[in-house]
Design a protein around this ligand. Structure first.
Ligand code: F6P
Length: 542
């Protein structure tokens, strides 16, 4: 824990002075006076090339931001994480998603237990199971092989699996259909099973706690569907497996622990796609592909653990995020993958970033006097360009954007990929340099219309480039953002690994459920708005 409150750190105060000096500078002038910055302000690791030159920074800014990371104790805290210390202070837990991707030759003893041996024991069981499902050796209740796998989970027990499946679909078996049910809205379940044969369907009930309302409701509906379709409660054993840390609840639901794949309380939900929560990913990709994914995570972990802060990709992205959030007041960050397979990546990042750093107190419980986590959002390019990019270019809000591009497409057709990639570079340049009124006029547009066609520019971007989207690269990309989130959390001195903010709504929903379902309206003791809404709902329902 950094001893000094953030605003009192030397580097923070130096950054405040520095910001006052450079906030008015335009990227146009920064590039004009320093043409080398496009090649210098870059870094590369684990197959990812980061161009951060189109940020509103100078070498001095970067030096001060790295000083801030250093003074905030990023390296010490990172090392404490890798050692398995209980850095999740509000839950008194280790934070060891990095152990999930360590090789079997590593050892890491935490709280008296070799966690690497545990991780590889579960991986071994997952591999055996995934291979049997993929080969058709695993049979359903009526003796048929599995043609549909449905992951039932929500939050971290859904977003990682669905994102990875979409991202790596090119590498996945096409012999099995993969579906993901998360929402308690019955439409999600109904549409997922529509037209499917229960005898060919395997449900993976994924829940760290096995106590999540949405997942249990969907799991119960799945069980009803299997039992009624196959005419026997005995069918459950052949069509359900569980992924959880809670064996007792899994048993109580009716799934044999022999069909359960475990993980540990030191894996946060949003950091769990490479644990047993990735079982659907492993069935889809195959065990070797999953190993590649883990290797990619580990590549970035090693870079984060060993590279100097000034050339450390997650640290650079983390400090830049702090720079815009706290010094420029940027409230949101756009993440735009120019790769259709990454269409669910922004949704995945929303939980990773916002559940981690959307916090208002420090580790010691003091209310922060600075801004913490930004809102993350995004869409694949080029689709976003034809909808919300207008606001990024000409709106009144500063939105730093990460643009993610690839040298090669997995589906080469005509010149589509060059058309796509040209847009990555064009957007980054347009956002940075814009178009002045003089340039507009020189093209023949006179006032007052000229003003509408001016692009102020000075909008910052990071451009991430990789060769091609592979399982390994996806692992590195996710780990890059995980550790960037970590870096921000250390600087802000928040607990990036708890999520108390999701609790209140859950408790209130539990109170309200019976008030919606009883035949007679019960006495309602909420605020007048909630009471009126419940009454209106009951009348609409009836
Ligand atoms: O409500 C938030 C949350 O606790 C997330 O942190 C978590 O990923 C999700 O719910 C699902 O939890 P579980 O895996 O225990 O069902």
């Amino acid at each position: 824990m950094a001893a000094t409150p953030l605003r009192e750190r030397k580097a923070w105060q130096a950054l405040e002075r520095h910001h006052a000096e450079i906030a008015g500078q335009h990227l146009r002038d920064m590039f004009a006076s320093d043409p080398g910055r496009g090649e210098r302000l870059t870094a590369e690791a684990a197959g990812l090339y980061l161009d951060y030159s189109k940020n509103r920074v100078t070498d001095e800014t970067m030096r001060l931001l790295v000083d801030l990371a250093s003074e905030s104790g990023v390296a010490d805290r990172r090392d404490a994480m890798f050692r398995g210390e209980h850095i999740n202070v509000s839950e008194d837990r280790a934070v060891l998603h990095v152990a999930l991707r360590m090789p079997s030759t590593a050892t890491l003893v935490v709280d008296g237990q070799d966690v690497i041996a545990d991780v590889h024991a579960v991986l071994g069981r997952m591999k055996e199971f995934a291979t049997r499902v993929r080969s058709g050796e695993f049979r359903g209740f009526t003796g048929k092989p599995i043609k549909n796998v449905i992951n039932v989970g929500i939050g971290g027990s859904d977003l990682g699996p669905v994102m990875a499946y979409e991202a790596l679909r090119y590498y996945c078996t096409r012999d099995i259909a993969f579906k993901f049910v998360s929402n308690v809205d019955s439409t999600d379940f109904a549409e997922a099973v529509h037209g499917l044969a229960a005898e060919e369907t395997l449900f993976i009930i994924s829940s760290k706690t096995f106590g999540t309302l949405e997942t249990l409701a969907n799991a119960n509906s799945a069980r009803d569907w299997v039992v009624s379709s196959l005419g026997s409660a005995d069918a459950v054993a052949s069509h359900f497996v569980a992924v959880s840390t809670n064996a007792e609840r899994v048993c109580a639901f009716g799934i044999d622990v022999a069909n359960m794949f475990g993980f540990w309380d030191w894996v946060g939900g949003r950091y769990s796609m490479d644990s047993a929560i990735g079982l659907s990913t492993m069935i889809a990709l195959g065990p070797e592909g999953f190993d590649e994914l883990l290797a990619g995570f580990h590549d970035m972990d090693e870079h984060f653990r060993t590279a100097p802060l000034e050339s450390n990709l997650p640290v650079l992205m983390g400090v830049l995020a702090v720079w815009y959030r706290d010094f420029f007041g940027a409230q949101t960050v756009g993440v735009m993958p120019y790769e259709q397979y990454l269409k669910r990546f922004p949704a995945y990042l929303q939980q990773l970033t916002m559940e981690s750093n959307g916090k208002h107190v420090t580790l010691s419980g003091r209310h922060v006097d600075y801004d913490t986590g930004a809102v993350y959002w995004g869409e694949p390019g080029t689709n976003g360009q034809h909808s919300f990019y207008q606001l990024i270019h000409q709106g009144t809000t500063l939105i730093p954007v990460d643009l993610i591009g690839f040298g090669k497409t997995l589906n080469p057709i005509r010149d589509h990929h060059d058309l796509l990639s040209a847009n990555v570079f064009a957007q980054a340049a347009a956002l940075a340099f814009g178009k002045t009124e003089d340039e507009v006029r020189a093209e023949g547009t006179a006032a007052p219309i000229a003003a509408h066609r001016v692009f102020e520019g000075n909008r910052p971007t990071n451009v991430l480039l990789a060769e091609v989207l592979t399982p390994r690269l996806l692992g590195s990309l996710v780990a890059l953002y995980e550790h960037s989130v970590f870096t921000q959390g250390v600087i802000w001195e928040v607990d990036s690994f708890d999520q108390w903010g999701v609790e209140l709504g859950k408790v209130l929903a539990q109170q309200i459920i019976p008030e919606l379902t009883t035949a007679e309206e019960p006495p309602l003791a909420h605020d007048s708005s909630t009471n009126a809404l419940i009454r209106k709902y009951r009348s609409l329902k009836s």
